[in-house]
Design a protein around this ligand. Structure first.
Ligand code: NOJ
Length: 566
């Protein structure tokens, strides 16, 4: 049991108090099911395991859970290669477990969001098996098939030119020749993940019916895998040259070409609106797009001025944050300008693909506490990756034994190159089992071996230990989530950046009608005192953070939440 009990407010009380739709004021906790909790001692986390840990998530105060895919899959990309969208992979449980998870989540007044991988299926999906079998079967046009424009060498050499110059998201051509059908198919990600053809109305209808299937079962929405990739140029025009080798979050050009015709196509923005309409058939449901590109461009997935597209999009540029007041001040300014009401930004600093934020923070818990304070008080939906609340950090597992397919694709590149670039290429490193306690396997599993090794620091970094420490990161997150629940201005109020604060101090005011709350954060290592008037102190991060009369004092990496007089 934690030191701070969950808010007494029930689900229905919250509904009556709402002004914004719930999905714009919620808090999200991402679960990677394979790594959360193993209920049947096979070394792999499962749905029953999540059910058994629901009280933990509820006790922390998170309102919504996003569960990474647990559908039928050969697991070549650990579930992001689906072979059955309405079946549960046996290692995660059964359909009954899935339905129970939805029910138990709702019983606690929480919401649950599944992960829809619509862009591609596994090459083991029966649709692809049928599609590749011939050029005239009923599913022949369900994937993106193209002829080779010409033999590359002389006729009969077997070496064929690719249909065009398009590069996949992971580098190298995304065109793969299928001998059975004698044509190339397109795969935006990896070879075994062929892209579906959404220009075929049957494909779109079938996928939307799958979405309806889950919504009818009570799922509260979806995180949408590589949503900006679903539509490619209808004419297959060649991507222009670029000098850029490595794609970045704000500019996905890379591997020496602009992704002009492979990402963020106008049809994709329309598709977002159509997807939203399907969700709306079931009331208020969340749709959170995984998209990449320039901020102005990705905002288009949210639809027109009324936000009639997806309800939320990730804005991954912030995953590369610099830990300075200046960086976060500019980030807020830019985000506020891009996602003004009725839009809502998402604040995210870690996920199952990227370096854990703790790693970026140099494993400094003081910084992690400050970052969580920022994330949980700024205007936006916070999305926290499992383990981030206790400060889990990157593991460092050997490439050769990786279960993640990505490092195998890049095995010819020496590891220090990725280290220098700050890229976590082996995503196993950020997917190690949740650290629950000091016991064997960090309390994650009682199997002799877990699917990935538990990270070595689990005796110091775990839920049980941090529950007992009032100033731990875990208790900080719990307290902040409770404060956020109690102050509606923090959930849905406007945000105004404060000016003329001392160097290293970031401050903003959150306001909803008469309720005004102010957040002050010290990104510096030295204590700062400055004039500041407020009515009451609601929270302090470090013992040195004080508000007295008309002045505020912030210790190193300190933070204050103050109530302002209305
Ligand atoms: C993005 C997902 O987050 C990642 O884990 C996955 O490998 C790719 N999309 C392909 O589905």
């Amino acid at each position: 049991m934690g030191l701070f009990p969950p808010s007494k407010l029930g689900f229905l009380d919250k509904i009556t108090a709402m002004t914004l739709p719930w999905y714009h004021k919620t808090t999200i906790y991402q679960i990677y099911p394979r790594s959360f909790y193993d209920s049947n001692a096979d070394g792999i986390g499962d749905l029953q395991g999540i059910i058994q840990k629901l009280d933990y998530i509820h006790g922390l105060g998170f309102e919504t859970m996003w569960i990474s895919p647990f559908f039928a899959s050969p697991q070549a990309d650990l579930g992001y290669d689906v072979s059955g969208y309405t079946d549960v992979a046996p290692e995660y449980g059964t359909m009954a477990d899935g339905l129970k998870l939805i029910e138990e989540t709702h019983q606690r007044g929480m919401r649950i969001v599944f992960d829809m991988v619509m862009n591609h299926t596994s090459s083991e999906h029966p649709w692809f098996k049928e599609s590749r079998a011939s050029r005239d079967n009923p599913k022949a046009d369900w994937y993106i098939w193209k002829d080779s424009p010409r033999p590359l060498l002389e006729e009969g050499s077997g070496v064929r030119a690719k249909p065009n110059n398009w590069q996949s998201l992971t580098g190298g051509s995304g065109w793969h020749f299928d001998r059975q059908r004698g044509q190339f198919y397109w795969a935006s990600f990896l070879k075994f993940q062929p892209d579906l053809n959404y220009r075929n109305p049957e494909v779109k209808k079938t996928m939307f019916d799958i979405v309806r299937f889950w919504l009818a079962k009570g799922v509260d929405g979806f995180r949408l895998d590589i949503f900006n990739v679903i539509f490619k140029d209808a004419e297959f025009r060649a991507n222009p040259f670029s000098f850029k080798l490595i794609p970045t979050d704000d500019d996905p050009s890379g591997f020496f070409q602009q992704a002009k015709y492979t990402l963020n196509q106008p049809e994709g923005f329309e598709f977002a609106e159509q997807f939203r309409q399907v969700c709306d058939e079931f009331g208020e449901r969340l749709s959170l797009g995984e998209v990449s590109g320039n901020r102005q461009l990705i905002r288009k997935f949210l639809g027109g001025q009324k936000n009639d597209g997806l309800t939320l999009v990730f804005d991954f540029a912030m995953l590369n944050f610099k830990f300075t007041a200046g960086y976060f001040g500019e980030l807020i300014q830019d985000i506020e300008a891009t996602y003004p009401d009725p839009f809502m930004p998402v604040y995210v600093f870690s996920n199952h693909d990227r370096r854990r934020s703790m790693d970026r923070l140099g494993n400094d818990l003081r910084k992690a506490r400050l970052l969580s304070m920022f994330q949980l008080t700024v205007r936006g939906v916070p999305c926290m990756y499992y383990g981030e609340e206790i400060g889990m950090t990157n593991s460092r597992l050997p490439f050769a034994a990786a279960l993640d397919p990505i490092p195998h694709k890049f095995q010819f590149v020496p590891r220090f190159v990725f280290d220098m670039l700050g890229i976590t290429i082996n995503r196993d490193d950020v997917r190690t089992p949740m650290q629950w306690d000091e016991s064997v396997n960090a309390g994650f599993s009682s199997a002799p071996q877990t699917w990935l090794p538990v990270y070595e620091n689990y005796r110091e970094v775990n839920v049980e230990v941090e529950n007992k420490d009032r100033s731990s990161l875990l208790n900080t997150v719990r307290t902040l989530l409770n404060i956020r629940r109690d102050f509606q201005s923090l959930q849905e109020g406007s945000l105004e950046l404060l000016k003329d604060l001392p160097h290293h101090i970031l401050g903003y005011k959150r306001r909803l009608q008469n309720e005004m709350v102010c957040v002050l954060l010290n990104f510096g290592e030295t204590q700062k005192t400055f004039p500041f008037s407020a009515e009451e102190r609601l929270f302090h991060l470090t013992p040195a953070d004080v508000h007295q009369e008309n002045s505020a004092r912030l210790g190193a990496y300190g933070g204050l939440i103050l109530k302002l007089a209305s």
